[in-house]
Design a binder for this molecule. Sequence first.
Ligand SMILES: NC(=O)c1ccc[n+]([C@@H]2O[C@H](COP(=O)([O-])OP(=O)(O)OC[C@H]3O[C@@H](n4cnc5c(N)ncnc54)[C@H](OP(=O)(O)O)[C@@H]3O)[C@@H](O)[C@H]2O)c1
Length: 300
Amino acid sequence: MSGDILVIGGHSKIGSALIEELVRRGESVRALVRAAEHGDSFPEGVQAVTGDLADADSLRSSLGGAERLFLLCGPAEDEVGLNRNAIDVAKEARIRLLVRSSILGSDPRSGATFVRDHGVCDAYLRDSGVPHAVLRPNMFMQNIAENTIPSIDDDGTFYANAGDARISMVDTRDVAAVGATLLTEPGHEQRAYDVTGPEPLSYHDVASQLSDAMGRTITYVESPDEAVASALGGAGLGDWLVRALVELFADYRRSGTHGFAAQVTNTIAQLTGRVPRSLDQLLAEQITADTPNDRRERVS
Ligand SMILES: NC(=O)c1ccc[n+]([C@@H]2O[C@H](COP(=O)([O-])OP(=O)(O)OC[C@H]3O[C@@H](n4cnc5c(N)ncnc54)[C@H](OP(=O)(O)O)[C@@H]3O)[C@@H](O)[C@H]2O)c1
């Protein structure tokens, strides 16, 4: 396919890896940024344009002559309205392909805000008539590196309300590679792809992999929703985000050891020809690269 691609959400984990993939494939990429000063952090050749999903006029001008659009919006109370703005503008502009980043199990009837909002957005996109494809990734492995590891107590314990659910966590770089395929190769229109990692892992499994990677005993303690909500609130997260996160993990918990969150798909291998990355691979990379010196000393 030819023509520019506008990426919305280019600073997210999926979006930044996607931009690298697209540049590697020789695509002409434009990336929307909300603040002009954040526009210089993209790879060489990527043009930053200032705009906001809340401002349809800014989306029209950011789109310019782009023929393809990648749409990812981070967690937001008005996620549905923000996505609708982009879909409406894409329709007006007769975009050739819109690839939207959703979530595994997206369902407008879900009791979990993230899953419900994504379900509403996916249905709106389907009904819009805009040529599209949808990425539905499971929980990101990167959450373990970015959120779980920093939450580990001095005694090696971390807490979550996931019960004994098994979740086929996926590396966001693999999700991005699937997104690049959808944007650049034909044959994916009007389709949705469930994107999972290679194996379902419970948080007890995660604790065991963290123990191996960090060289000390790490323990997962199953916690009630209220205790997790209070800890997240205490860490400074707003009420809406706390509720949405707790609901999502309650959904995983209900999914149990063999439910929707445990399913393993072969989307990554099929669409990219690559073996999906595993959590122990990611931890090996992160713990050597990112662990602060004081923790590295404790690890060794
Ligand atoms: N975390 C998971 O495990 C998981 C699993 C499956 C699906 N998801 C979904 O994946 C998506 C990404 O989540 P994330 O936590 O990785 O996101 P993130 O890192 O917080 O990134 C969010 C991106 O959205 C952009 N954005 C937010 N509001 C915007 C607005 N009004 N206008 C333009 N851009 C806006 C941000 O732009 P700025 O750079 O300007 O802030 C940023 O690039 C979400 O839809 C989430 O529901 C997450």
